[in-house]
Ligand binder design. Sequence first.
Ligand SMILES: [Zn+2]
Ligand SMILES: [Zn+2]
Length: 477
Amino acid sequence: MERSLRLEGHISAEEVRRSPYLYLPVPVPPRASRLHVSYEYSDPVTAPFGLGPGNTVDIGIFDPRGHDFIDAAGFRGWSGSAKREFFIAPHEATPGYIRGPLFPGDWHVLLGIEKANPEGVRYDVTVSLTLDEDDPPTAEAPAVPAAQPAPKAKGRSRWVKGDLHCHTVHSDGLNTVDEIVTNAIERGLDFLAVTDHNTNTHHEDLARLAHLPITLIPGEEVTTYWGHANMWGLREWVDFRCADSESMQAVQRFVLQRGGLISMNHPKSVGPPWLFEGWNGYPCMEVWQAPWRFYNWESLERWDNLLRGGERVIAVGGSDVHSIPPKPPRHPHGLGNPCTWVYAEGGPSEESILEGIREGHVFITDDPNGAQLVLTADADGDGKFEAMMGDTVEAAEGRQVSFRVWTNGGSDRRLWIICDGLPLDVIPLDGPEATHSFSLELSGRSYVRAELRGFRGRPERGEVVWAMTNPIWLKTS
Ligand SMILES: [Zn+2]
Ligand SMILES: [Zn+2]
């Protein structure tokens, strides 16, 4: 037997300003075996990337186990505005939604109004329920990937390269998890984090592919209407319904207290930008998203400002890829553009890679085969350069400390040494490989980092960053 319910209404622009989230109760009777939801709304945005005039209404759903902020046991999925319909059944569901029993009681369709015209938005949601004649077999808990300890690294410590940001059919990407992981291996990546928007249903696919020769890191792009944050390392769903800086800070604490990592993403005008007041307490920032010319100068400046203010924020990169072959291209770049290199103690594993990022043992380059750039220091003057990016170098006042930058792929490019936000030196490079040494007296200085800059395409288009390091922190004893 089918039962249908239609939920129509209007939300004014004023109501959206008060709260962008609307909960529509859906009573589900016993013996429901399939729930199907479709929706429409007035004047949807038609311009690419959600720009231009019109409305954007996102959708998700909670079951009767609850929809409280941060502690919503009943989360059953989210698809943003990427899908106009979805279903949930005991043994399957639309990607982005959690299959499992259709508990009787009040479910809630969640509408998120990302963008509303001044005259507001009309919505029209249809919920269809398939009801069985007989009682269903004993209900099992919804299929959420079980938390599993990350395997320990075993092997030689080394630099590994990967991508920390991409999307699949579990949110608004076009590829399956299998396609994107296969492509990452073909591109030579050692690790890949899949960060679908506001859901964790892709984690199950990552666990299924764990035998492949690549380290797969579960993630989620916590996608709010005031900024995006990548979470890495947790299996559980992380709430995204933040409408102010306090609720975003609560999400930050939730992730960090459980041992995950979190990053402010693409903090630039077309990121979409980071509009929360709070910038502190985030261990990472996505300073480089997509090819450099995609407004990354803005993110770089934001980052340098935070560093100058004393925040030790680790710069990471992410391609934010939403489609790769065989699906039609939506953007001119692929996985690993840019590519984040991490020093993995004991070889690559989820744990060693996340720990390497926490330590700041990270540099970023434009491509998996792009120029590498490594900054080291000889903290104690013994001729061994044992300190690297992310480490703190301490020296007595007046003593000079030696630094070394190594790069390959440096022809016709320039090496920038940057200290406390200002260029200390700019060195033209004329060979494919170069080592540049310099020394510094540390007093009054707090960090030093390096960039590889050069032209890309016609010179009148200006320089881009080809590679950049994280800082070595400086301290006078
Ligand atoms: Zn984003
Ligand atoms: Zn993204």
